[in-house]
Design a protein. Structure first.
Ligand SMILES: Nc1ncnc2c1ncn2[C@@H]1O[C@H](COP(=O)(O)OP(=O)(O)OP(=O)(O)O)[C@@H](O)[C@H]1O
Length: 236
């Protein structure tokens, strides 16, 4: 079952200048799709277009379930709320059942080793702790779709493992995840499909096998394919 369908004709920050063109794909139930590409390729712009945060966008975005969580590249918190107060706030807005939500919140805080810091202000956390706190806040509502902009940078190996465990659990629930990342070896291991963006366009897409075929690199890793695509376009 399709959870999200994206058909972006073009989008940009300025009416006169398109940053991305012709990016079309869908996200199925239980699927983890990796959005890959060099710095400035247009990954965040694609995500912002999906979230309708870009004014100059031509195309169509269809969410088949409106319960989605967006995890931005840079964590954002309310200055004066502790992590538990953030959680309480979300629970109130989403009308989550009190006992079940508190149990789930405790499990997540334990998973991400934040239980001892729950009554502190996330704005005073380290970068990795802030990222983990964002993951807790995104997961607490049990969304059907996650849109995650670069989750790995800043996470220590334990936190990385916790994150991967958590998303595997969520996938069993049928959740669909679109995740942009530069950590290609991990992406290659965990993602079902990939979207390789370069120069604002979809340069290749599909399973690693399909991407290898498109790049004519039958034994290539995702890293090799990424370089092939980035260099090929540079030579044009
Ligand atoms: N708010 C903005 N206003 C104007 N141009 C922007 C804005 N944000 C991004 N851009 C431009 O859009 C292009 C694509 O940027 P984008 O942030 O989508 O890349 P990215 O693939 O996410 O890169 P990175 O891997 O570095 O995060 C870049 O040329 C960038 O300068």
């Amino acid at each position: 079952m399709t959870l999200l369908r994206v058909d972006i004709k073009n989008a940009g920050y300025d009416k006169e200048k398109n940053i991305i063109q012709d990016i079309a794909f869908s996200l199925q139930r239980g699927e983890l799709v990796g959005l890959i590409g060099p710095n400035g390729a247009g990954k965040s712009t694609t995500i912002k277009s999906i979230l309708q945060l870009i004014e100059n966008m031509e195309g169509e975005i269809s969410f088949y379930d409106n319960r989605y969580s967006y995890i931005p590249e840079r964590p954002i918190f309310y200055d004066e709320l502790t992590l538990w107060e953030h959680l309480d706030f979300i629970a109130a807005v989403e009308e989550l059942e009190d006992k079940a939500y508190k149990k789930k919140a405790e499990e997540l805080l334990r998973l991400y080793k934040l239980l001892d810091f729950g009554h502190e202000l996330p704005t005073t956390y380290s970068k990795g702790m802030q990222q983990k706190a964002m993951l807790v806040l995104a997961t607490i509502t049990s969304p059907e779709i996650y849109i995650i902009d670069e989750p790995f940078i800043g996470l220590d190996p334990n936190a990385m493992k916790s994150f991967l465990t958590s998303i595997q659990e969520e996938r069993k629930r049928g959740v669909g995840i679109l995740m942009s990342t530069h950590v290609l070896d991990t992406a290659e291991k965990v993602c079902d499909r990939f979207l390789l963006v370069n120069n604002g366009k979809l340069a290749a897409s599909g399973t690693i096998k399909e991407i290898r075929q498109q790049c004519n690199l039958p034994e290539g890793s995702l890293f090799d394919c990424f370089h092939f695509i980035a260099e090929e376009l540079e030579d044009e």
